[in-house]
Design a protein around this ligand. Structure first.
Ligand code: TXA
Ligand code: MG
Length: 327
């Protein structure tokens, strides 16, 4: 495959992207969270090509994106709780794991053979325009190689995947910057927060009551976004740093800026976790490229999008798998 073209997002580019997706090709597109890499969810061949491009392990299921609630009828059953969440948070950065209809026209590769399917209606106008044009469910994991930092600009997608995909739609940086919140509703009495993300826990708990934590050895699908090492830059990452070494790139926050780093990036000089989320992945990449030997990050408050930031940083800092067990 030749190098992917990058088109700035206008109606012609959207129409072309929809044609490519209908033909089984791979298109990266912006969502309000991060850039996704899209493929026709109904096609085994398209989904297999997507997993190959990302080098994503086949046991990691993907999120199916649709243009609106109505498109889910053939795919999944929504109970009253799911309907309420859908009405409140879609379009938006919330993914629901729901019982999959047995005859759902979705490749079993997209759902890793599970009896559930993860679905979301994204809020980005370009993502919605593309989904409306293509009129197919589109599987779209983040547009990075498996295990790496998610892209929040078209340039970041190109740096990782240009040689492996057909087209990149460019609409500038993603407004939220961390992935969607994933809630498992497949056991109606026990909603589980599988991944903190763009919808803060407190907003969901207003609707659902307290969210359960995933049980480690539960006989439920593993959600590999929760694997220890994930969202990882190349350099080692050290958390909760209150002092910094001269060979470290520092990610600071607010007025917490220990002195003496090789280079310092402030996630949010004003101490705003929403701004920090938006800048997190771009600054992790900048720190990675800076020439430092390690990345040190100051403590980030847990409220609002802070929970998602802390989750991603914890995974970025986790021990890396040996190449042989790398996912
Ligand atoms: O914000 C987002 O969600 C982005 C944009 C592109 O929409 N997408 C994204 O997809 O982050 P991905 O594939 O990188 O993450 C999907 C997460 C993974 O943690 C996966 O394990 C989990 O959702 N997941 C998908 N299907 C599941 C299922 N049936 N059961 C449990 N977890 C599931
Ligand atoms: Mg991902």
């Amino acid at each position: 495959m030749s190098r992917a073209r990058v088109l700035s997002a206008d109606p012609r580019a959207v129409a072309e992207a929809a044609d490519i997706l209908r033909g089984g090709g791979l298109v990266a597109f912006p969502t309000e969270t991060v850039y996704g890499l899209g493929a026709d969810a109904t096609s085994d061949a398209a989904v297999a090509a997507l997993y190959a491009a990302k080098r994503r392990p086949p046991h990691n299921p993907s999120i199916v994106h649709v243009a609106g609630r109505a498109f889910l009828e053939p795919l999944a059953s929504l109970d009253a709780k799911a309907e309420r969440l859908a009405a409140r948070f879609w379009p938006g950065p919330l993914t629901l794991v729901l019982p999959r209809r047995p005859d759902a026209p979705i490749s079993a590769l997209a759902t890793a053979g599970l009896a559930t399917v993860a679905v979301r209606v994204p809020a980005h106008p370009l993502a919605l325009a593309l989904l409306e044009a293509v009129r197919l469910p589109i599987v779209a994991p983040s547009a990075n190689r498996s295990g790496r930092v998610s892209p929040t600009t078209a340039e970041d997608v190109a740096a990782e995947l240009a040689d492996a995909i057909d087209l990149i739609l460019d609409a500038g940086p993603c407004p939220i910057g961390v992935e969607s919140t994933v809630v498992d509703l497949s056991e109606p009495d026990r909603p589980v927060l599988l991944r903190p993300g763009g919808v803060p826990r407190a907003a969901l708990e207003e609707y659902l009551g307290p969210l359960a934590e995933p049980i480690r050895d539960e006989a439920r699908p593993r959600s590999p976004g929760r694997f220890a090492s994930h969202y990882a830059p190349s350099l080692p990452v050290r958390l909760d740093a209150l002092e910094v070494e001269p060979d470290e790139a520092l990610l600071a926050f607010g007025t917490c800026v220990p002195r003496g780093a090789f280079v310092t990036f402030n996630l949010s000089p004003s101490g705003d976790v929403t701004e920090a989320a938006r800048r997190l992945y771009a600054l992790l990449r900048a720190a990675d490229r800076s020439g430092a030997r390690r990345i040190a990050v100051v403590p980030i408050p847990a409220e609002g999008l802070g929970e998602a930031i802390r989750d991603r940083l914890r995974r970025a800092a986790a021990p890396r798998p040996r190449a042989a067990d790398a996912e």
